[in-house]
Design a protein around this ligand. Structure first.
Ligand code: ATP
Ligand code: MG
Length: 392
């Protein structure tokens, strides 16, 4: 089972794994997230009940019970850093050994982190032997081994709480995956993951931006704006309840206010219970103001050097806002799409990208065993990609 613990909804997805690691989705279950406030666990029992509800619904839909789970975590307080590890080989053969590779990775993990943070992933971005790039340094002749890793840190308390909850639900945890890594597995093709692409998961409270190349997450960032931020703006500006703001956002919301006829009106109910009507254009102007800030923050986070041709896949239900995909395309000046071939092949939709994605990631990083894994030459993923914690 793949589990997506989002800030607005929990989604459980039961998958059957074929002998070659092929995934067959058997059933989904969702529930509204409770016990979270702005992505932080504030009431563990409530959150556990939400998770349980989503799982029960998925089991009912699939007609099967599961005892193995892969999950993401609430993304608040996720941190990213790049670090380098260096080692001088002492091997008599003059070739780098497996033990030295592991020692070099260990050294790159020696970062100064806060005591309440845990390393969830350590992704080796490259290896160099005597300044020459190599895919795998083991067996390569040379003395100076260098690696650069992308380290993903999570809040230890959140990690422990989720682990505890899943154990209490009698589930065996096969893996915990950073959400931005999970969604990319279903939103990007293997070609895009290898040659370079961007995923923006626009959720309720957060937007997770990830830049991928060589099958690896090169850069990542979490921006504290999502669909719910817009709902709150609407509720505040139009003096309505959150529920009413959400309703009109989904039914009549749009980003490009210039394209809306000033004569078009929307009926709303204010928080005093009165019915009134407002220009739909005004609704779109409120949305546009926040979307502009949203894009500015995303641009700031992506203001480093990478290929201007990388296209963007939008995930998360926050991206379903009318006109948002075109707006992102124009602002960030690159191709944008909302669907992926992987999800289309599975007969599924982007709202399940993370729940299926954790399972795909589990397979690629071999956290889930299959009887006939792909031969190493065809496997774009490095075994060290994710579950490096098991080695140390
Ligand atoms: N049809 C729609 N049009 C516009 N917005 C929508 C639509 N459907 C849902 N949303 C918005 O999508 C957001 C929820 O997205 P999603 O379910 O991807 O979040 P999440 O995974 O729970 O949160 P996060 O990933 O931030 O932890 C809400 O803000 C909701 O208003
Ligand atoms: Mg999400």
């Amino acid at each position: 089972m793949g589990l997506d613990i989002g800030s607005t909804k929990i989604c459980a997805c039961i998958c059957e794994i074929g002998p070659y690691g092929d995934i067959h989705v058997r059933g989904f279950g969702t529930s509204a997230s409770s016990g979270l406030n702005k992505g932080k666990i504030v009431h563990a029992e409530d959150l556990q009940r939400s998770i349980e509800k989503a799982i029960q619904r998925a089991e009912l839909a699939a007609g099967a019970r599961v005892d193995q789970v892969l999950t993401n975590l609430p993304v608040l307080e996720t941190a990213f850093m790049h670090n380098t590890g260096l080692i001088i080989s002492k091997e008599e053969s003059g070739k780098i050994s497996e033990a030295e590779k592991i020692e070099c990775l260990k050294r790159s993990k020696a970062i100064s982190k806060a005591t309440d943070q845990t390393v969830l992933h350590m992704i080796p971005l490259y290896f160099k032997v005597d300044d020459a790039m190599v895919q795998n340094p083991v067996g390569v002749s040379g003395t100076h081994l260098e690696t650069q890793t992308h380290i993903i840190l999570v809040d230890t308390d959140q990690l422990n709480q989720i682990t505890f909850m899943l154990k209490r639900l009698r589930l065996k945890i096969a893996g915990i995956v950073y959400d931005g890594l999970a969604a990319a597995q279903t939103m990007l093709s293997d070609n895009e993951l290898k040659n370079g692409a961007i995923v923006m998961d626009m959720g309720g409270r957060f937007t997770k931006v990830g830049i991928f190349k060589n099958g690896l997450l090169q850069r990542a960032s979490v921006i504290p704006i999502g669909g719910d931020t817009i709902t709150q703006d609407i509720a505040q500006c139009l003096k309505t309840s959150i529920g009413e703001a959400e309703r009109i956002k989904i039914l009549k919301g749009a980003v490009n206010f210039n394209q809306i006829n000033p004569g078009e009106f929307v009926e709303i109910r204010t928080d005093k219970g009165e019915k009134t009507s407002i220009q739909r254009r005004l609704l779109a102007q409120i949305i546009h103001a926040r979307v502009t800030e949203w894009m500015t923050l995303i641009q700031q986070e992506m203001s480093f050097d990478f290929d201007p041709h990388y296209s963007i896949a939008l995930a998360g239900r926050g991206s379903q806002l009318t006109g948002l995909d075109r707006y992102v395309e124009q602002t960030l000046n690159r191709k944008v799409r909302l669907m992926s071939d992987t999800l289309r092949d599975l007969g599924d939709s982007p709202e399940h990208a993370s729940a299926i994605g954790v399972v795909v990631y589990g397979l690629k990083s071999r956290a889930i065993a299959v009887s006939a894994p792909p031969p190493p030459s065809q496997d774009p993923f490095n075994r060290f990609n994710s579950w490096i914690r098991e080695f140390f």
